[in-house]
Ligand binder design. Structure first.
Ligand code: CP
Ligand code: NVA
Length: 308
């Protein structure tokens, strides 16, 4: 049994195998109606709990559909409706849930909830986003990049804006998949030093560049995310917008990247804020492929977790 807690905590060879399996499973069901069961049913008889302490569209639906395509069953739980939200410890919740279900996916606030859940659960636990990281998203993003442009190894990824949870998982992936990453954003919103250090130690070139135009020069992939994440206070919104406005991804900025550069955004996006509609709906954007690939990547992650 394997937990999928973070990209830097998963062996690089196993990450590669997960991506390859996701691509193969996607190809095997191409063109079929969404509800068609996969030819192989590795989750037959398995029960998967999906816990959400924050809102979700993609994570919730893609995990639910993915489990069903593989023959398993799901229950989608809201953290606030569980005793978890009324003082029952994470450890007790994990031990109880392990008696009922075969796999737990949790989206939460503080990373310690995920860690504690994984320490006490007898079944695999998957990180469906914390304040600090979002590894499932980046597995889908690697799959998406490689579908369009081939191996991501050696490529230049530019992260624009807030050095947030999604940026953190991109940094982890840089080290594990062997690409370089330039962060461009205000100093107050730099990614965590620890994560920058990890990627550098793994051999990636990580650059901090305040000038967005300079940052995107030679980029193979430009990435944006919301300027205000779910864990950020609404009262910080105006201050963050003022700091981040120069980092909007628009046609003028994309013109400085490589002509065949892709644009990604994990979604949900705030159109005309961190990115313009012209870029989101333009020829370089692969945002909806990313969203679809959450499904395929997570199916392979779940199989790896369960060893099936
Ligand atoms: N990208 C992503 O995780 O989306 P949701 O918040 O809709 O799950
Ligand atoms: N950074 C965003 C990602 C949402 C999928 C957030 O945490 O709200």
């Amino acid at each position: 049994m394997n937990h999928f807690l973070d990209i830097h905590k998963t062996d690089a060879t196993e990450l590669r195998n997960i991506i390859d399996q996701a691509a193969a499973m996607k190809a095997a069901r191409a063109g079929q109606p969404k509800g068609t069961p996969d030819a192989e049913q590795p989750l037959k008889g398995r029960m998967v709990a999906l816990i959400f302490e924050k809102p979700s569209t993609r994570t919730r639906i893609s995990f639910d559909v993915g489990v069903r395509q593989m023959g398993g069953e799901t229950m989608v739980l809201s953290g606030k409706d569980m005793q978890l939200g009324h003082g029952e410890t994470i450890a007790d919740t994990a031990r109880v849930m392990s008696r009922y279900v075969d796999l737990i996916m949790i989206r939460t606030f503080d990373e310690s909830v995920l860690t504690e859940m994984s320490e006490y659960a007898d079944v695999p636990v998957i990180n469906g986003l914390t304040d600090r990281t979002h590894p499932c998203q980046i597995m889908a993003d690697i799959l998406t990049y490689e579908e369009h442009r081939g191996p991501i190894r050696g490529k230049k990824v530019v992260w624009t804006g807030d050095g947030n949870n999604v940026c953190a998982s991109f940094l982890h992936a840089a080290g594990q998949f062997g690409f370089d990453l330039t962060f461009t954003g205000p100093a107050q919103l730099d990614p965590e030093d620890e994560f920058v250090g990890l990627a550098r130690k793994a051999g990636s070139t990580i650059t901090i560049e305040r000038d967005p135009v300079k940052a995107v020069e030679g980029a193979d992939l430009v990435v944006a995310d919301t300027w205000v994440s779910m864990h950020d206070s609404q009262s910080s919104k105006e201050r963050r917008h003022n700091m981040l406005r120069p980092y909007q991804v628009n046609d003028a900025l994309m013109a400085h990247a490589k002509p065949d550069a892709l644009f990604m955004h994990c979604l949900p996006a705030h159109r005309e804020e961190e990115v313009t509609s012209a870029v989101m709906d333009g020829p370089q954007s692969v945002i909806f492929d990313e969203a679809e690939n959450r499904l395929h990547a997570q199916k392979a992650v779940m199989r790896w977790c369960l060893g099936v």
